[in-house]
Design a binder for this molecule. Structure first.
Ligand code: ARG
Length: 272
């Protein structure tokens, strides 16, 4: 297994400053000290799995920059920059683009007017790109990527506002194997997943709400928020070991382990 590389951004300016998903409430702000500790614990858990971590410089006034999964989609040395649905997050794009340009990636853009929120909504499982649309990303952006990358794209509609990015309800483990929360999809989407991914592990609503699907997969290790014991038992039976990190400060913004990371060795995403 080659050493996975992951991009993270320290939570120096993290907070709940606006409300763009049902998890966020300015009345229920984040604790900076707890957030810093939880982020550090995630960082250290990944380091202990021999992941190489690259760090972005945090920026004042950009509280969600910590969610690097939304920077864009990495494919080899190509970086397809996100086009955020909300103006609050559109301001992050110049910082992500600059980081990728400075680190040897070619920065590419999707057609104008198309919303696309990167590895939050576009996830490879094997050779196929699974693409969440409607709440944050347009299906057209995913189709465009499929053409450019010459990969099959399977768009799935996200129908529950709590699970507004694909990575909140779907997590590839390996080619042909993934975790999902069935109720986040309509029956068509569920059928697409069930027909193309032979080994699917379903999580229940209680664990889905603890962001059980928002996992960082490193080989046979799965790093997730605490409180998903049922999933951990199912994963163990499938040959995976869970590492829990308390991340409730980030759930206040609608994110967890996976959202706080972006794989830089992109197209191998599901094959660690
Ligand atoms: N507050 C952020 C937003 O609503 C959270 C992003 C979580 N990222 C993710 N990949 N699911 O955009």
């Amino acid at each position: 297994m080659k050493t996975p590389r992951i991009l993270m951004c320290p939570p120096d300016y993290y907070g709940i400053e606006y409300e763009i998903n049902p998890w966020m409430s300015r009345a229920r702000g984040a604790s900076p000290a707890r957030a810093r500790k939880q982020w550090r614990d995630l960082h250290d858990a990944l380091l202990s799995l021999d992941v190489t971590i690259e760090l972005m410089t945090p920026q004042k006034g950009l509280p969600d920059l910590v969610f690097t999964a939304n920077a864009g989609l990495v494919f080899g040395t190509r970086f397809f920059s996100s086009q955020f649905a909300h103006p609050e997050r559109q301001r992050e794009t110049p910082y992500f683009d600059a980081w990728f340009a400075e680190h040897g990636f070619t920065v590419e853009h999707l057609p104008e007017g198309v919303f696309f929120e990167g590895a939050g909504d576009a996830l490879f499982c094997g050779e196929t790109l699974y693409a969440g649309y409607r709440i944050r990303s347009h299906a057209a952006g995913h189709i465009h990527l499929g053409d450019v990358l010459q990969r099959r794209v399977l768009p799935v509609e996200l129908v529950d506002k709590r699970f507004y990015h694909l990575d909140t309800c779907f997590c590839p483990l390996a080619p042909g194997q993934a975790i999902y929360f069935p109720d986040a999809f309509d029956s068509y989407g569920r059928t697409v997943l069930e027909q193309h991914i032979p080994r699917l592990i379903a999580v229940d609503e209680k664990e889905a709400e603890r962001f059980a699907c928002n996992a960082v997969v490193v080989g046979k290790r799965v790093v997730i928020n605490t409180g998903s014991d049922r999933l951990a038992a199912d994963l163990l039976r499938a040959g995976y070991e869970c590492r829990f990190v308390e991340l409730d400060e980030f759930i206040k913004a609608g994110g967890s382990a996976k959202c706080l990371t972006l794989r830089l060795d992109g197209e191998d995403a599901a094959t660690w």
